[in-house]
Design a protein around this ligand. Structure first.
Ligand code: SF4
Ligand code: SF4
Length: 295
């Protein structure tokens, strides 16, 4: 079995699927969402993150950088080698992205089996975009099935259709993230068009997968009631979509970008108000969906 690149493994999560879960975050994503809340996972290679507020000026990282650093995150000379992060005693420097074998990831997953069994939980493959490392994901889904561990695949749907179908077949639950349906707006917000993503969702729903739709609600960007109505209407007759989650925008992605040495792509915006969330919830309920707010 092979290996892949991940940037986090989060244990004891009660989000992104039922019960208590382990979430495995894959590196690399084909989308470039303006509001991305995991920007450390966007690139396919490792990245350095620095939190200057944590630094205690111990000086350990100064002598170790092979490129004359320690360099600021985002500096083109930084090779994300991790030498500075390895010696930092307070995690003021962290590398996101490490190669792991399927066996290593599975060892992390199976040790919490008792929590999955007691809570109806399991493992969620998220990212980044897990289908961007198809063989690694395929191996992990196969191993989890062999171990009788419940799996959820959290995908943005931007993948070659045949690959997505094969991988979705091996997962117990699909968390399908939708960022709207207007092509021009969607391209501006994410860097890709919505049509292939909606087509992939159409195929998965026809194959009767167990799907939860998830929609980030970003004020001024993805909270257009007309667009929400169009989506709710499009999927209202499909029994494979069991639930809809509205995910209120939060500013965590901006703080992470700062630590990566990148500018924020959004102006200062606030979380959606309860009135907006209620109004959008009501649209989906009107079309017969079970709607939740939050992940
Ligand atoms: S990650 Fe490596 S190259 Fe980048 S600043 Fe740290 S030691 Fe230097
Ligand atoms: S090793 Fe960490 S705490 Fe020490 S100087 Fe470098 S960044 Fe600061």
């Amino acid at each position: 079995m092979g290996s892949g690149t991940i940037f986090n493994i989060q244990r004891y999560s009660t989000k992104d699927g039922p019960g208590i879960r382990t979430t495995v975050f894959f590196k690399g994503c084909p989308l470039d969402c303006l509001w991305c809340h995991n920007p450390e996972g966007q690139s396919h290679s490792a990245v350095l993150s620095a939190n200057t507020e944590r630094c205690i000026n111990c000086g350990r990282c100064v002598v170790l950088c092979p490129n004359g650093g320690p360099l600021p995150p985002g500096d083109e000379k930084c090779r994300a080698c991790g030498a500075c992060a390895d010696v930092c005693p307070v995690e003021a420097r962290v590398i996101f992205g490490r190669s792991m074998t399927v066996g290593e990831v599975m060892a992390d997953i199976v040790r919490d089996r008792i929590f999955y069994d007691q809570s109806g939980g399991g493992v969620t493959f998220s990212g980044g975009e897990p289908t961007a490392q198809p063989q690694f994901l395929d191996d992990l889904l196969t191993e989890c099935r062999r171990e009788s561990i419940n799996t959820a695949l959290d995908t943005c749907g931007c993948a070659e259709k045949s690959i997505l179908i094969d991988l979705a077949d091996k997962a117990d639950l699909i968390l399908y993230d939708l960022k709207g349906c207007g092509d021009a707006r969607h391209h501006f917000h994410t860097g890709v068009e919505s049509a292939p993503i909606l087509e992939n969702l159409d195929v998965l729903t026809r194959l009767h997968h167990y799907i939860w739709l998830r929609l980030p609600i970003v004020p001024g960007y993805t909270d257009d009631p007309a667009e929400m109505e169009a989506l709710a209407s499009r999927y209202s007759s499909l029994k494979s979509i069991k639930r809809v989650y509205l995910l209120p925008y939060h500013s965590m992605g901006g703080a992470k970008l700062k630590k990566l040495g990148k500018p924020s792509k959004l102006p200062n915006i606030s979380a959606p108000t309860s009135q907006i969330l209620d109004m959008l919830t009501e649209i989906w309920i009107r079309y017969g969906f079970d709607v939740r707010i939050g992940a």
